[in-house]
Design a protein around this ligand. Structure first.
Ligand SMILES: [Zn+2]
Ligand SMILES: [Zn+2]
Length: 288
């Protein structure tokens, strides 16, 4: 590699940044192939994706991050909550929605519609009766109508939001946040929805947390598991939960590690358990 500037920031970095700007999200395979191309183009020596280690990608990303932070841009390494695969997402680091609307959306309908979907995901569909944090396509189309969109326009907008990596369409036909949106909107979600329940007493009683952090990696959980003990608020991504399944105990409440699903695959009756189940579990926890 030829570093043609004193600070080591080269055409390879610039070309790799272009790859992020174009794709927004790179998984490990695409990041390897893009960086191999960028390096090969710079000095004419051919590299294949297999020649590129993950640590080399991290080194390039780190240098690029230093350059773009002044523009309130960032590249965040994260994992896909659905399958645990490594991703790098190119995001706007400014959390306020007005700035995001100016930079990310090109229609007056996009942001109000997305806000309604987020309200539905993180309020109505995120309670002790079910922590789905997703919306069905019927719910999404209903919100589109209330934003003054025709059915066709709504369907187009939904597919645009999926294509733009704001939303994911799950196997069961519901829409949830994409990995990019989970990173880009994390501050907005916290400011807007964390602890905004009308019924604070109810929230306190049930230990309900609207915006959930993974007990292992400390990032936002929009799909994964919750400890089945109603008094415990330990959440974890599926890909972060391997050691817990081995240890068989919740690291927070020490009860037997049993879980309910959170995210699009949660059931709407969700986390509620009978008092008998709860009591049984507490006894079991004490015996362990
Ligand atoms: Zn995690
Ligand atoms: Zn627990």
């Amino acid at each position: 590699m030829i570093d043609n500037e004193d600070d080591g920031y080269s055409d390879t970095h610039r070309a790799f940044l272009q790859a992020f700007i174009a794709a927004r999200t790179l998984n490990l395979a695409t990041a390897k192939s893009r960086l191999a191309l960028c390096l090969s183009a710079q000095d004419g020596r051919q590299r294949s994706p297999q020649d590129i280690e993950e640590s080399l990608i991290d080194i390039y990303v780190s240098a690029i991050k230093d350059k773009i932070q002044i523009l309130d841009l960032d590249i965040v390494k994260t994992r896909d909550e659905a399958d645990g695969s490594i991703l790098w997402v190119f995001v706007n680091a400014v959390s306020d929605a007005a700035t995001q609307s100016a930079t990310s959306f090109d229609s007056a309908y996009d942001l109000p519609f997305l806000r309604k979907l987020l309200d539905n995901m993180f309020r109505e569909n995120n309670t002790n009766n079910g922590e789905l944090m997703s919306v069905t396509s019927t719910e999404a189309l209903h919100h589109a109508k209330s934003c003054g969109l025709s059915m066709l326009a709504a369907e187009n907008l939904l597919s645009k939001l999926v294509k733009g990596e704001w939303l994911c369409l799950s196997d069961n036909g519901s829409y949830s946040l994409s990995p990019r949106a989970a990173v880009e909107l994390r501050n907005y979600l916290r400011l807007t929805y964390a602890n905004d329940s009308d019924d604070e007493e109810d929230q306190a009683l049930r230990n309900f947390i609207r915006i959930k952090d993974c007990g292992v990696c400390k990032t936002l959980v929009t799909r994964g598991f919750r400890c089945l003990n109603n008094r415990c608020t330990f959440y974890v991504h599926e890909h972060c939960s391997t050691n817990l399944s081995n240890s068989k105990k919740c690291p927070s409440c020490n009860n037997l590690w049993r879980t309910s699903i959170v995210g699009p695959n949660a059931t709407r009756s969700g986390h509620e358990r009978s008092t008998f189940d709860g009591a049984l579990e507490d006894i079991q926890g004490e015996l362990d």
